[in-house]
Design a binder for this molecule. Sequence first.
Ligand code: SF4
Length: 378
Amino acid sequence: MSTVAAPAPTFPLADYKPLDNETLASRIQAVREQMGSELLILGHHYQQDEVIALSDLRGDSYQLSQMAAESSDCRYIAFCGVHFMAETADILANRPEKVAERGSRVTVVLPDMAAGCSMADMAAIDQVEAAWADLGEVIGTDDVTPVTYINSAASLKAFCGRHGGIVCTSSNAAAVLEWAFRRTSRVLFFPDQHLGRNTALKMGITNEQMPVWDPYNSDLGGNSEESLQQSKVILWKGHCSVHQMFRPEHVHGLRERIPDIKILVHPECPQEVNDLADVSGSTGTIIRTVEAAPPGTKWAIGTELHLVNRLKQEHPEQEIHFLSPVICMCATMYRIDLAHLCWSLENLAAGTPVNVIEVDEETARWSLAALERMLKVK
Ligand code: SF4
């Protein structure tokens, strides 16, 4: 965890829990007015509506970090997302040239430290290093490029930076894999097997060429030497607990009930769902696809519930269904409620910031190397 030791908070969290949302919202608004353009509240698309309503910027994790990093006034970021997103914001906003330009660091806070990401947690740096060492013995790693999805800890991004690798997002994963294949003939892709598989399948790579590395299997991640030698993409056995819940039977059920419905899913969904979809794409693609569709279009959308509900509210001219009959929401992101946001902002304004996310210099430097490689990929 990239955190820093901080002085005791001026205001204890327990004082905020009993407050109603109206009171919390007006106190948050007061801090926003007091701190002005020095404070940016970033709201990820999967956040609850009350938090989005008080956010200065709304977007996916990378967009938000980049927008905040480009702001010349910003000195404080409250990232209403999950831990790896706040780390990325810290890395991008505190690039050495940016710190020199503005004369100070940007303080990044995560309103609730329990807001982690189950997918990011499925690849720990010691597991990735162990896998890399094993691969080195069997197939050698000179001809392997490590690629990490942006939904990963800074330590994994730094691993990629150190080993000539790169970061990808769900919108540029294909271009990043093409870049990697110009460099080496194999890729180690982590932590999301589904994004890696769905992207590589579209490039003509077969499932037989994509063994899955299980970090809990000490025998070559559960693979034979032969399958690793024949591999093109070695997929990490990780997934998003939200998108993993969409199933092919949900697609079939909706198509039976509503024959002209279009299925729109995120590539973190499993292959069986992705293959059945009319459109598969990043959060940004999902939003743009709905925005561009003619009135009366019928959609079943397979991504996080809060985003789908917001699209429903914002596009009453279309018929939008949630793809799954059960609730699929990002429970960790949901932890960031108005009580935590108000608590973190009032402590920030009082000069006793809580839950500060600060990536150590070495990790930030190598993470940035991998992120900058991604930025150059067209
Ligand atoms: S939706 Fe999935 S990948 Fe995104 S933050 Fe939540 S657990 Fe992580």
